[in-house]
Design a protein around this ligand. Structure first.
Ligand code: SAM
Length: 262
């Protein structure tokens, strides 16, 4: 399916569980954090260039790993939550091929517009299998047991209610299938935390400042401090009901990826 236009979730009743009212899903915008929505909308135009610059291109490798851990395969129907400008959705699209279907969901219309533009600019045929959906990670507009694999890149740390986000992932994932959640690692090793903070203060914020986005990237440090450690993420996923969980530290412990099997 080719969907180049953005679809607000309340316009897609076919994906809702039978019996669930559409109006419940219409309310998503009220419940999401306006501040974070504004933040991500503001950084959308430069988000990709900044990612490349700040990670020296390494985020592409980590995203490939995340997609690989999701177990997505040809013909699958898969979801990328907090898709932003679509990096993980594009990688998923290559995995599932034209027989498959990818949904990229984000609450920032600006981010989705960038994703949609990138999709139009690329001639790779399989990218036609991606549709972009405006919606809230805390109130996913899909019926239960719907997806064969789910990814979330640098999204969980940013949502207001992490438990609720994991519950929603669990709900819409088919039994036996995997969710792969990539983010900064809140390390148990004090030295890793020190390195992360030094890099944010001395590299990330100065570079972001040159783009006029100092405040937006300063938020990164507190969001990591307030995030969950790998162990805590594993415990949370188990408590929500996942049967098997494994947290992988990557990039020398600076990043982490939770793989949870329903
Ligand atoms: C740091 S970006 C990551 C984008 C992309 N996944 C990547 O790895 O490049 C985080 C994204 O999460 C989205 N986001 C944050 N909270 C959300 C929520 N509650 N529901 C949907 N999207 C959300 C933001 O709009 C933003 O695009």
């Amino acid at each position: 399916m080719t969907t180049l236009q953005l679809i607000p979730s309340h316009c897609r009743p076919s994906l809702l569980s039978p019996g669930k009212s559409i109006s419940r899903h219409r309310k998503f915008i009220v419940r999401c954090s306006d501040e974070r929505l504004t933040l991500f909308s503001r950084i959308a135009p430069v988000y990709d260039s900044l990612n490349d610059l700040l990670s020296l291109g390494q985020h592409r490798v980590w995203k490939r790993m995340a997609v690989s851990w999701s177990g997505a395969k040809r013909g699958d129907s898969v979801l990328d939550i907090c898709c932003g400008s679509g990096d993980l959705a594009f990688l998923l699209s290559e995995k599932v091929g034209l027989d498959g279907q990818v949904t990229g969901l984000d609450f920032s219309r600006n981010q989705l517009l960038v994703a949609s533009l990138r999709q139009k600019e690329r001639s790779t045929p399989c990218y036609k299998n991606i549709e972009w959906l405006e919606g809230d990670a805390l109130n996913l507009p899909f019926r239960d047991d719907h997806f064969d694999a789910i990814t979330m890149g640098y999204g969980l740390r940013n949502v207001r209610d992490k438990e609720r986000a994991i519950e929603e992932i669990y709900r819409v994932l088919k039994p036996g299938c995997k969710a792969s959640i990539l983010d900064f690692n809140k390390s148990m090793e004090p030295i890793t935390g020190v390195i992360q903070e030094l890099m944010i203060d001395n590299v990330v914020v100065p570079i972001a400042t040159s783009y006029g986005l100092a405040e937006e990237y300063r938020y990164l440090k507190s969001s990591i401090q307030e995030f969950l450690t790998g162990k805590e993420l594993e415990q949370l996923a188990l408590a929500v009901g996942f049967s098997d969980v494994k947290f992988y530290e990557i990039a020398g412990g600076l990043m982490g990826n939770l793989v949870a099997t329903r």
